[in-house]
Design a protein around this ligand. Structure first.
Ligand code: SAM
Length: 331
């Protein structure tokens, strides 16, 4: 991930040597502003990045609705989800008075970047550097207005019927347009006696929380955490009062032993690669969050070695590519 960020900065700096980009007021969608442009306005929905960039003096927003307009230049560091990238390019064209530059790694959308920008009807130049592709235009106001308006809708929360009910969701969050089969397996194999105070670690749009609230009347409160602001907003909209959706990075959260039960489908990716340590840290934090005799239930891909992370993690069920594990805190 750090390596990727460096590659992106190198590619952007190289592209900026090829063209005269305006310096004035700049907006950065996802990426870290290059030193020459600091401080700048930044959009980032993930709490860790938003906080780190704020500490560096940038003005950060995490909700697209709060992004300003009339920027001299807008820079887009493309995430991986295709519709989201289209939405961000459209937003950049909408908010810039002229210049838009976008960057993506070659193996994560870079090869189609130029075409995506050209599809809005603007003249585009591009260069490759440091395993990335950079594409830019100096003619944002010439973009096809209809296409720009339509593509920006990809960034808005929308209702989608999945598994027989409507969910608020948005391209770019985990499994935004499908119910995860592992999460379904987990919910179909929980014991009936879950009650009291419960936590949902890495809640996404709130599927686990919603199933828990629906199927376990004895639950008093569910605290649902996610690092992504959009996921937290969706989770809150998809659930009733019992669910308390919290925007936080669980890696750095100070946890207390207050939960009767923690459920989760832990993340195992950072950027493009598998990051076993992230899931392991989630499990460790969940373990520390349990009251005496509290229980943890998690689903994971079968190949992920989580069994030894905390005491007593045992197999409940294998299904498809997934396994359900559980353990109970001492008491
Ligand atoms: C595999 S998804 C599970 C989503 C949802 N619980 C479900 O079952 O569909 C993992 C979730 O963890 C979130 N996440 C990743 N890193 C996180 C962190 N450090 N702190 C909190 N949430 C995180 C991701 O944004 C993602 O929504």
């Amino acid at each position: 991930m750090v390596f990727n960020r460096r590659m992106i900065a190198i590619a952007l700096a190289y592209a900026l040597e090829q063209t005269a980009a305006p310096r004035g007021r700049t907006l950065w969608l996802y990426g870290e502003p290059l030193p020459d442009y600091a401080p700048a306005d930044v959009y980032h929905p993930r709490k860790n990045f938003a906080e780190a960039l704020q500490k560096k003096g940038h003005r950060v927003v995490s909700d697209v609705a709060e992004i300003g307009r009339d920027y001299d230049a807008v820079f887009v560091t493309c995430p991986q989800q295709h519709e989201e990238v289209e939405g961000l390019l459209a937003l950049a064209l909408d908010r810039s008075r002229g210049f838009v530059m976008a960057v993506a790694p070659n193996d994560a959308g870079g090869t189609r970047l130029r075409g995506m920008l050209e599809a809005f009807g603007v003249p585009v130049e591009s260069v490759g550097k440091s395993h990335c592709r950079v594409a830019w235009t100096g003619a944002a106001p010439e973009a096809d207005r209809q296409k720009v308006e339509a593509a920006q809708l990809h960034l808005a929360l929308r209702p989608l019927v999945l598994g027989g009910r409507e969910w608020w969701t948005v391209p770019g969050i985990f499994g935004w347009d499908q119910l995860d089969p592992g999460s379904r397996l987990l919910m179909d194999h929980l014991p009936d006696d879950i009650s009291g105070r419960v936590a949902d670690f890495g809640c996404g749009f709130g599927y686990l929380s919603a199933r828990l609230a629906r199927d376990h009347q004895g639950i008093r409160q569910i605290d649902a955490f996610d690092i992504d602001q959009r996921a937290v907003t969706c989770c809150a909209r998809n659930n009733g009062e019992k669910v308390n959706a919290v925007w936080d990075d669980l890696r750095s959260r100070k946890v207390e032993a207050i939960y009767n039960t923690v459920v989760m489908n832990p993340p195992f990716h950072s950027g493009k690669g598998t990051d076993l340590g992230l899931g392991q840290l989630f499990i460790q934090k969940a373990w520390e969050s349990l009251r005496p005799r509290g229980r943890l239930f998690l689903v994971a891909n079968q190949h992920l070695a989580y069994e030894k992370v905390v005491p007593g993690l045992t197999l409940v069920k294998l299904g498809g590519a997934y396994k359900i594990l559980t353990t109970r805190a001492e008491g």
